[in-house]
Design a protein around this ligand. Structure first.
Ligand code: ATR
Length: 278
């Protein structure tokens, strides 16, 4: 009986997850299938139920992407601490009639930074752009690495301030610094070793009003969007920063989900190379 997995989203047509997990499964010789499922905007829970009800094979788990990560959080009967901190779930495990929710996005970002890009956040001055779901998912994992500073900047200043306040109260932060939250206007004259763009501005080609000074010479500029050159990437490159897009994070969060489900950690380098190849 093949173990079955899927990714749920809307839209889902361009998802790379089926290809990534097929490569992981082949590499680690796991007997499993993985498909992309388009769920109606108001039909996520029903789509998960239908997937679990199919009689051939055994539904073991699922990934969840935009716009269902918050709904997946509520659907899960139990959640891991990192999913609780993120307030969102991207990985579901179907266990003995119960749904367990996890979030592998933060782990994926950190693994891409540390293992693929050679950037250890410990002791670095970090600027996180955005205060929506994508930003929220990486705040605690970044804080736990012990950066020198973590500043959250957002178009809407109050949202950044609220997010920073929320994470400055967590016990994990007792070991390190408390994040601050500001509007983009407060960035003038400030400089960071690592700038992470977790806004969705790049998806629409919108330009963020960033002073070029935020990119320290030889610093890293990380764009969570992948598959296109965003204005953020162009600006950072012009400022002399090393630029990375979110493809590595996509593959690494998938590898972490695969590990959660299968107990085997796949090699990500060949998969990343295959995706970059076309
Ligand atoms: P996601 O789950 O991708 O984070 P989201 O929760 O809707 O999506 O959050 C989108 C983030 O991108 C927010 O931080 C948003 O800023 P606001 O809080 O001010 O809305 C940011 N964002 C989206 N478009 C932007 C733009 N054109 N310029 C600056 N920030 C933008």
């Amino acid at each position: 009986m093949t173990d079955r997995y899927a990714v749920f989203g809307n839209p889902i047509g361009h998802s790379k997850s089926p290809r990534i997990h097929a490569l992981f499964a082949a590499q680690t010789r796991q007997d499993m299938s993985y498909e992309a499922i388009l769920a109606d905007k108001d039909g996520f829970a029903a789509a998960v139920d239908a997937f679990r009800a199919i009689k051939h094979g055994t539904a073991r788990g699922a990934n969840v992407t935009v716009p269902f990560k918050e709904e997946a959080f509520r659907l899960a009967a139990r959640r891991t601490p990192r999913a609780e901190a993120a307030g969102a779930v991207n990985t579901l495990s179907f266990e003995a009639g119960e749904i367990l929710g996890d979030n592998t996005d933060g782990a994926g970002l950190l693994r891409d930074l540390k293992h693929n890009l050679g950037c250890d956040p410990a002791g670095r001055r970090i600027l996180l752009l955005g205060a929506g779901g994508a930003a929220r998912g990486v705040v605690l994992p970044l804080l736990l690495e012990g950066p020198a500073d973590l500043l959250i900047a957002n178009r809407t200043e109050e949202t950044a301030a609220r997010l920073a306040l929320e994470f400055s109260r967590l016990p994990g932060c007792a070991v390190g610094i408390k994040p601050d939250g500001i509007g983009f206007g407060g960035l003038a004259g400030r400089s960071f070793d690592l700038v992470i763009n977790a806004t969705s501005a790049g998806l629409s080609g919108a330009v963020l009003p960033l002073p070029t000074s935020v990119f320290a010479p030889r610093g890293i500029a990380y764009e969570m969007v992948y598959g296109r050159e965003t204005p953020f990437m162009t600006q950072a490159r012009g400022a002399g920063a090393r630029v990375a897009d979110g493809l590595g994070m996509l593959v690494e969060q998938a590898a972490e989900a695969f590990f959660v489900w299968r107990g085997v950690r796949p090699e990500t380098a060949p998969v990343l190379a295959a995706l970059k190849g076309n």
